[in-house]
Design a protein around this ligand. Sequence first.
Ligand code: VGL
Length: 214
Amino acid sequence: MVIYSHDTASFDVDPQCGFTPLCPNELPVADGDAIVAELNGQAGFARLRVVSKDCHPAQAPWIAECGEEILQPVAGDYPDLDVKWPSHCVVGTKGNQLIPGLPQEQDYDLVVEKGQDPHMHPYGACFHDLGEKKTTGAIEWLRDNGIATILVGGLATDYCVKTTALQLVRNGFKVVVNLAACRGVAAQTTEAAIVEMRQAGIVVIADSRELEAA
Ligand code: VGL
């Protein structure tokens, strides 16, 4: 597909060590650290490059204390928490850092931080809350900068990438998800995510060789 870089941004969703085998005690996605070359490749088609980061506290009601708790519902009245996850991407730890080989944070055009509040565990990078009322500012920033098309990759395909891509397409952007720049937590949910994204009008490509500069 033909990409016009002047109105295109690339969006690296949570490409953090905590979602890779570099941090085996967090939320390691198989081959999660193998996405770097494709993220850097797709960015070559874009004028602006955005990264989002999970920036979690060390303690929160959504943190699973043992393996059995993972994916169990969070008890109590927390509208912005759904299920429990292992602790990951805690601010100040290795898990919070970007995967080696990506740009330094200051070299991105925008860094979106999410998940700081222990009572919120958002997946998408565009809103801090699951109800999508509290913007992170990403949508507004992309619009203000004249962006129409967004090339998306990151971790994980079936959670944060999917939700971010859906938020962007619902807000009027043309969205391209590059599968070679993503990895998923589980095969079944990843397949379902690809179907859901396509149904929402997102273009899903195998790798950045499908992109052609205009
Ligand atoms: C993610 C599960 C829990 C993700 C974050 O980045 O996809 N998945 N927290």
